[in-house]
Design a protein around this ligand. Structure first.
Ligand SMILES: NC(=O)c1ccc[n+]([C@@H]2O[C@H](COP(=O)([O-])OP(=O)(O)OC[C@H]3O[C@@H](n4cnc5c(N)ncnc54)[C@H](O)[C@@H]3O)[C@@H](O)[C@H]2O)c1
Length: 435
């Protein structure tokens, strides 16, 4: 199959790098987004998201004339769907007392609907958005067949999950192995040919539902593994053990790799995707459900730790360091640090947050400090929530000179106990029931 022109629907963290990479590899690409601000920003030669190296690739793609942007799709050889798949914030369902969240597939359905008038014989459609099992077969096929064309005979259809790491997207897009799930073997072959334009990693063909499960299994495994680390932290506190030491010793076993506990699990993938399995089969997923509960409950353990240090929280001033969902990124979506701040405030504490990657973030009900010093001044306690590199490099003596706080709570094992003690701090760590 010859791909001279493709349409990429959704120009976010996944769609924009993908569209630009195809364009810089000689394919004519129409990038489509329903958000006019995104289209206008790109038309002005700017980008609306932060990802290292992306600006250079987008500029090259636009300059070459291969990348154009639009609010609506047009006829093309292939269509890629990379739109959001969050869960509904305001809807839950219940199975045997377990309340679970529901996938919001409206963006995927409307992107597929927008393709229908443009779909022609011989076209390929690929869904990249992380989706519940059977989405490609049960949701996408019926929509696309409204065109009067038949899947497998008139057009090809695949599901291909995206597994890039934010911060490394442009490299991983090219180098990672890619799974192509076709609704027919011919569809998988067509998808293989499309991604072979720039993918250097292995390209493996399978069926669409397997490919959907692969993506969900990857993220669910991480969620469950983090949940067990968080439970180990709770157990270690009960038994007077330092969980960080215990984990590092357990990991000396050649077949054990325990992940790190922390204030919870965030981001738009790992804290969301396991729900897609639970919704699809609540009767089969008690473990996945419980892992979600453990990780979502972790901010309460952070609050307990802060109380252990300060006692009653009413009127106490806390400097919270970090609001992102993981180290060294500016992404605050679903961040457990946000939940920690809200819970502390509910207890009457006054919290000031220093997030160096997004100091001016407009977070409802959260008091963002304009600088580290502003957060530290007047604080009674310093709370380390995210392992940003710049926090790890802080000099305990310098921090000590800028604050009257003498208590620290470290949720991520980021600070050297002895150094901070030496600088006059009383340090409490998550997963350790002693200061
Ligand atoms: N960001 C990641 O690291 C990552 C990694 C793997 C998988 N994914 C998955 O990829 C998908 C996209 O994620 P993202 O991070 O790029 O999302 P995003 O929010 O950054 O971007 C999605 C874009 O799609 C646009 N959009 C919404 N509905 C549309 C429609 N009907 N037609 C055209 N455009 C539409 C939005 O305006 C937005 O600009 C999600 O399913 C996500 O779970 C993301």
């Amino acid at each position: 199959m010859n791909f001279q022109k493709i349409c990429v629907l959704g120009l976010g963290y996944i769609g924009l790098p993908t569209a630009s990479t195809f364009a810089t590899n000689g394919v004519r690409v129409v990038g489509v987004d329903v958000n006019p601000h995104v289209i206008e920003t790109l038309r002005n030669g700017n980008i609306h998201i932060h990802e290292p190296g992306l600006r250079t690739v987008v500029e090259a793609a636009l300059k070459s004339g291969n990348l154009t942007v639009s609010t609506a799709p047009e006829e093309a050889d292939a269509f890629l769907i990379a739109v959001p798949t969050p869960f509904y914030e305001d809807q839950v369902q219940e199975y045997e007392g377990r309340k679970y969240k529901l996938a919001d597939m409206r963006a995927v359905a409307s992107a597929a609907e927008a393709i229908v008038p443009c779909l022609r014989k011989g076209n390929l459609v690929v869904l990249e958005s992380t989706s519940p099992p059977r989405t490609t077969v049960d949701l996408i096929i019926p929509i696309l067949e409204r065109s009067g064309l038949k899947v497998g005979t008139d057009f090809f259809l695949c599901y291909s999950p995206e597994r890039v790491l934010p911060g490394q997207i442009l490299r991983e897009l090219i180098e990672n192995a890619r799974v192509i799930g076709g609704v027919t073997p011919e569809s998988a072959k067509a998808g293989h040919n499309l991604y072979a334009i720039f993918v250097k990693g292995n390209i493996i063909e399978t069926d669409a539902t397997t490919a959907e499960m692969v993506k969900l299994m990857e993220n669910t495994t991480r969620d469950v593994n983090i949940a067990i680390a968080n439970e180990f932290a709770r157990l270690a506190e009960k038994f007077g053990v330092d969980v960080w030491e215990a984990i590092s010793l357990a990991n000396l076993h050649p077949r054990i790799n325990i992940l790190s506990p922390g204030p919870g699990v965030g981001g738009h993938c790992i804290s969301v995707d396991p729900w897609f399995f639970v919704e699809a089969a609540p009767e089969l997923t008690p473990l996945i459900y419980e892992a979600r509960q453990v990780n979502d409950g972790q901010p309460h353990f952070v609050v307990k730790k802060v109380k252990q240090a300060l006692g009653e929280l009413k009127g106490k001033k806390i400097a919270a360091l970090g609001l992102a969902y993981k180290p060294d990124v500016d992404d605050l979506r679903e961040s457990p640090a946000t939940e920690v701040v809200h819970l502390l405030q509910n207890e009457g504490a006054q919290v000031r947050v220093w997030e160096p990657f997004k100091p001016e973030a407009d977070m409802q009900g959260i008091n963002m400090a304009p600088s580290l010093d502003a957060a530290l001044s007047n604080a009674d306690l310093i709370l380390l929530l995210v392992k940003h590199t710049e926090f790890l490099k802080l000099d305990p003596n310098e921090v000590g000179s800028k604050t009257k706080a003498r208590f620290l709570v470290d949720c991520v094992n980021g600070w050297n106990l002895e150094q901070w003690k030496h600088a006059g701090f009383n340090i409490f760590r998550l997963g350790v029931n002693k200061s």
